[in-house]
Ligand binder design. Structure first.
Ligand code: FAD
Length: 389
């Protein structure tokens, strides 16, 4: 516990010095400096959930959430690109990887020496993961050839490694189902599109990956078993949704800080604007959103931490629904909170010079990434029908 607080204090200092002064420029330039990955690794951020034998500190889910919240206060783009590398790419390796895969891919990513990404989404398959058409065809000599296209992939143009979800087709031509493959991206047959121009999170690059008869080796590239990809994706979604809620807490914190400091100094009709009832009401609403999202997030994080200590058969069947409900709630509250923060700023809130305009653009992703709000609702109701009603 003491150790956790010590880490959070030093991480806050790090964010103040290494992120805060540059976040605006990174957003304007549309990219992050690559050095931010080893810097985050060295301070211990990447290793929070990782076992000690791989260089992690294994401080637990709640400590992880509080650190993500801190980083998100300063720079959403850094949060998403870092999460795509040590989380979306790293966590499936930790959970399903062989020792050789962990040594080759997981350790360098945790050290920040390499960058990872996760490729699930395709032009015709986003919410409907089962509609994926990228194929991984095994030849008679065992080699696997990847063909297809991925899109909206975070870190696409800067990543060294990827986990790709594709249909495994065996040498007899039989479709054996969705399977994860872990691979190096700088290989013949693999190319990348230009970073896409986006509404927000502009410094976190997003784009396409193309595979044309790309030889990705043989069975050593299969992650956790043939045909297990869909289930693995669903298992790692819980952590991703919790992390997006942590991002929402960070954004709400930043919105409240920016809005209250502006409301104290900006005057209209002879008094600071916070003294006008309507503005004080908006600040109170913002505070209420922050506190409610924070409590819900910490509660689910604590439950997940406890759940992970249990044998698989004793785990909470409702945890998936709770993570979905949390993401659904947190992302709406944070988007509404960012809207209030802009409103409190008046015209200044529309100007790039003020941080709230970036927070407002960035937060929109929270209702889309990691499964849209509509998909969260359908997960919650299916779970209710199965476990509660
Ligand atoms: C900035 C950014 C970064 C991303 N990073 C990654 C990444 O690193 N890796 C990756 O694999 N993907 C990534 N994605 C993709 C993201 O996960 C998808 O955009 C998201 O899952 C939605 O899929 P879609 O865009 O195809 O929308 P669609 O599935 O086409 O949905 C369009 C609309 O229809 C609704 N809808 C669809 N099906 C249903 C249904 N059954 N019931 C009710 N409503 C429905 C949706 O809610 C939405 O409103 C990223 C996206 C963005 C914007």
């Amino acid at each position: 516990m003491e150790w956790t607080q010590e880490f959070l204090d030093s991480f806050k200092n790090f964010c103040e010095k290494e992120i805060k002064p540059y976040a605006e420029d990174w957003d304007q330039n549309g990219s992050l400096p690559k050095e931010i990955f080893p810097a985050l690794a060295n301070i211990g951020y990447f290793g929070l959930l990782a076992p000690e034998e791989y260089g992690g500190s294994n401080l637990g889910v709640l400590a992880g959430v509080k650190s993500m919240e801190l980083l998100s206060e300063y720079c959403g783009s850094t949060f998403f690109s870092a999460s795509a590398s040590f989380g979306l790419f790293g966590e499936p390796l930790r959970l399903f990887g062989t020792e050789a895969q962990k040594q080759k891919y997981y350790v360098p990513v945790l050290e920040g020496k390499k960058i990872g990404c996760m490729g699930i989404t395709e032009p015709q398959s986003g919410s409907d993961v089962s509609a994926i058409t990228t194929t991984a065809k095994q030849n008679n000599d065992g080699t696997i050839l990847l063909n297809g296209q991925k899109t909206y992939i975070t870190n696409s143009s800067i990543a060294d490694y990827a986990i790709i979800l594709a249909r495994f087709v065996n040498s007899e031509g039989e479709d054996k189902g969705l399977t994860h493959f872990v691979l190096e991206l700088d290989k013949p047959g693999i190319s990348r599109g230009k970073p896409m121009k986006k509404l927000g999170l502009r410094a976190s690059v997003t784009g396409e990956l193309f595979f044309e008869q790309a030889n990705i080796g043989s069975s050593e590239s299969i992650l956790g078993g043939i045909g297990k990809g869909f289930r693995q994706t669903m298992m790692t979604f819980n952590e991703e949704r919790l992390s997006i809620a942590a991002y929402c807490v960070g954004v709400l914190n930043a919105c409240l800080r920016e809005a209250s400091s502006f409301a104290r100094t900006r005057k209209s009709f002879g008094s600071p604007i916070y003294q006008h009832q309507a503005v004080s009401g908006m600040l109170a609403e913002l505070y209420t959103k922050l506190e409610s999202v924070k409590s819900f997030t910490y509660r689910v994080a604590t439950e997940m931490e406890e759940d992970q200590k249990k044998a698989r058969k004793d785990r909470d069947p409702e945890l998936g629904a709770k993570c979905s409900a949390l993401k659904l709630f947190a992302s709406v509250q944070a988007r509404e909170g960012a809207n209030l923060a802009v409103q409190i700023h008046g015209g200044a809130g529309f100007m790039e010079e003020y941080k709230v305009s970036r927070l407002y653009r960035d937060i929109r992703l929270a209702e889309i990434g990691g499964g849209t709000s509509e998909i969260q609702k359908s997960i919650i109701t299916s779970s209710l029908m199965k476990w509660k009603l």
